[in-house]
Ligand binder design. Structure first.
Ligand SMILES: NC(=O)C1=CN([C@@H]2O[C@H](COP(=O)(O)OP(=O)(O)OC[C@H]3O[C@@H](n4cnc5c(N)ncnc54)[C@H](O)[C@@H]3O)[C@@H](O)[C@H]2O)[C@H](O)CC1
Ligand SMILES: [K+]
Length: 579
């Protein structure tokens, strides 16, 4: 599924209206109706209303009696009623016992059928822009479904223009009760829900004046809030939340998923996200060259060309699936190398060799029978040194991928060590952990260019060192930073953290949402490094391996949590076993 910025959304909207000739008011009508349908489904689900609730879950029409008990539906004037046509043959006339088969089915808009409409009274907070316009359309459809609706304008309705003004007039013509916020602390206790149609992709900066007051009041009310397009107060591009920002139970995102809904803290304000089509052709995004995606199996297969089935050739052998070399571990952190190496095997590479400082090697014999160990030289105390880089290059000569960094620690002339490996390794290179901290101290843009991909896998702190900013600054706009860094440096960047971002030098970007906070545990990153290396060894491209690796890592973490019964108790070895 595509991810868009506010500006990209406006561009796609403009193309739809100007090039395809689909009127803006039609898009807004579709948007408002979609919002109303999702609010009705929310109400039906919340009220546990069986018949109508079921009916509204899907797009199919409801099948139910239109007898008493469905006031809402009657009010909706849209119902599917089964009626026998008078005079048609009945069971008795043919002597067989048969119920009268209905001859006439009148289906209706099940998604606009509210089970207990009479119990609902929704307040629509209306901004002055098109987000407000969407809310006004939704208000009409909610009213049609028999739900009581009241409008509260943030600013004078006279200040609305264009399609929003049209919707203002339509709502007034329908007699929807309306008021203008006049300051103070409004009391929303009498409502069953609030539709936040204050600010959408046209917002700039922190909510001001009445908008801020109404957002705060909605959050204080304790009522469920549904947000039109994005929670008001959220930065649609970065996921930053201004003060105040709506805390939504449901966000009905229009046309395309906004980037800010998938990055924290914004992702924590959206509640359940539903992306609804409003008539903008989904193919436009690809035609316009948009290349940011929320990672789904379809994106893996259709956009990245990854064979998620990971089928194996019947005549495959160890050589078919590649050989991983991991240069990792040191006296105090040998486990990191073991985790990375084992993860690469679990990911399906044919062979894995773990290169360690010679002093450690005897201590590691048998640590993992499937692994091969290699003496990479190093110091007598089991630490790495610059000369060991040449040993690593010799070992890498016949390997399909080299991963460096897990548990290597910092050592004298470690920058020379990394530069030798960076410039000398012909196979794809995965750089993680302390190798990233070393890289951060190097002007590696001056190093000899590489012909095969480099994948960097920093967590936010390591990224902060790579870029020379604070971790807070890294987290402010993860997607924007990852994209610019990958492009400028010509590397594939995996910016780890909640909803990991993977960016490619060619501008492609993917946000992954598999995994859980229990994976924030020592060795989890080493495991990811091994997974990515294991996929590279099997012939995936750099970006494919980085994206699929992050995806699999998260899925394995989820599976490990199920196996452990609790995400909290998951450790890196569990993730490996769950691959
Ligand atoms: N673009 C599309 O494809 C479609 C968009 N739709 C909806 O329209 C909004 C975007 O509408 P827009 O008019 O551009 O902006 P907003 O409605 O978000 O209004 C902003 C409005 O509020 C004022 N304002 C801006 N920032 C602040 C602030 N920090 N504090 C207070 N006030 C602020 C400013 O004056 C603006 O006029 C989009 O989200 C969709 O909901 C339709 O769905 C159709 C397709
Ligand atoms: K909104």
């Amino acid at each position: 599924m595509h991810l868009v910025t506010a500006e990209e959304m406006r561009r796609l909207d403009r193309i739809t209206i100007e090039r395809l000739g689909i009127p803006a008011v039609a898009l807004m009508e579709n948007a408002g109706r979609a919002i109303a349908e999702e609010i009705i489904a929310f109400c039906n689900h919340r009220d546990g209303d069986g018949a109508a609730g079921d009916a509204c879950q899907g797009t199919g029409a409801a099948r139910y009696s239109s007898g008493p008990g469905h006031a809402g539906a009657r009010a909706a004037g849209a119902a599917r009623e089964e009626a026998a046509v008078p005079g048609a043959g009945t069971a008795e006339s043919f002597g067989a016992v048969r119920t009268a088969a209905p001859k006439l089915l009148i289906s209706g808009d099940a998604a606009l059928m509210a089970g207990r409409a009479e119990d609902e009274h929704w307040l629509v907070l209306v901004g002055k822009g098109n987000n407000g316009g969407d809310g006004l359309v939704a208000a009409r459809h909610l009213s049609e479904a028999g739900i009581a609706v009241s409008l509260l304008y943030a600013v004078s309705p006279e200040s609305l223009t264009g399609e929003a003004a049209q919707q203002r007039d339509a709502a007034a013509a329908m007699g929807l009760p309306a008021a203008v916020y006049g300051g103070g602390r409004p009391d929303f206790a009498g409502y069953s829900g609030i539709l936040d149609a204050l600010l959408g992709t046209g917002a700039a900066g922190a909510p001001r004046g009445a908008y801020a007051e109404l957002i705060a009041a909605a959050n204080r009310s304790g009522k469920p809030v549904a947000s039109a397009d994005i929670p008001s107060g959220l930065n649609a591009d970065t996921g930053e939340t201004h003060e105040p920002c709506i805390q939504a139970a449901l966000t009905v995102c229009l046309a395309f998923l906004k980037r800010g809904l998938l990055q924290y803290p914004g992702a924590g304000h959206a509640g359940r996200i539903v992306v609804r089509s409003i008539g903008i052709p989904s193919g436009l995004a690809r035609e316009e060259g948009l290349s940011a995606y929320w990672l789904t199996p379809a994106v893996l297969e259709d956009v990245l060309g990854v064979d998620v089935s990971r089928r194996r050739a019947p005549d495959g052998h160890k050589g078919t699936y590649g050989h991983v070399l991991i240069a990792a571990g040191s006296l105090r952190m040998s486990g990191a190398g073991l985790i990375a190496a084992r993860a690469s095997l679990r990911t399906g590479c044919g062979l894995a060799t773990w290169a360690v400082p010679g002093k450690l090697l005897p201590l590691l014999v048998g640590a993992a029978p499937e692994l091969m160990l290699a003496d990479a030289g190093g110091e007598a105390d089991g630490t790495w040194n610059a000369a060991a880089a040449e040993e690593v290059l010799k070992l890498a000569g016949k390997k399909d991928v080299l991963a460096v960094g897990p548990g290597i620690g910092r050592f004298g002339d470690d920058k020379a060590w990394l530069q030798t490996i960076w410039e000398g390794a012909d196979c794809p290179l995965v750089v993680d952990a302390d190798a990233l901290n070393i890289l951060a101290e190097c002007d590696y843009g001056t190093w000899q260019g590489r012909r095969t991909p480099v994948i960097l896998t920093p967590h936010p702190g390591e990224m902060a060192r790579l870029v020379g900013v604070s971790t807070k600054e890294v987290q402010r706009d993860r997607i924007g930073l990852a994209l610019s860094y990958a492009r400028e440096r010509g590397v594939i960047l995996v910016l780890k953290g909640a909803h990991t971002v993977i960016a490619s030098p060619d501008g492609r970007l993917v946000v992954n949402t598999t995994g859980h906070p229990g994976m924030a545990t020592g060795g989890s990153g080493d495991c990811l490094t091994g997974i990515i290396a294991g996929l590279l060894a099997q012939g995936l491209s750099g970006f494919q391996a980085a994206v699929f690796g992050v995806y699999l890592h998260g899925l394995a973490g989820e599976r490990a949590a199920l196996l452990r019964g609790d995400p909290v108790s998951v450790i890196a070895s569990d993730i490996i076993e769950a691959l």
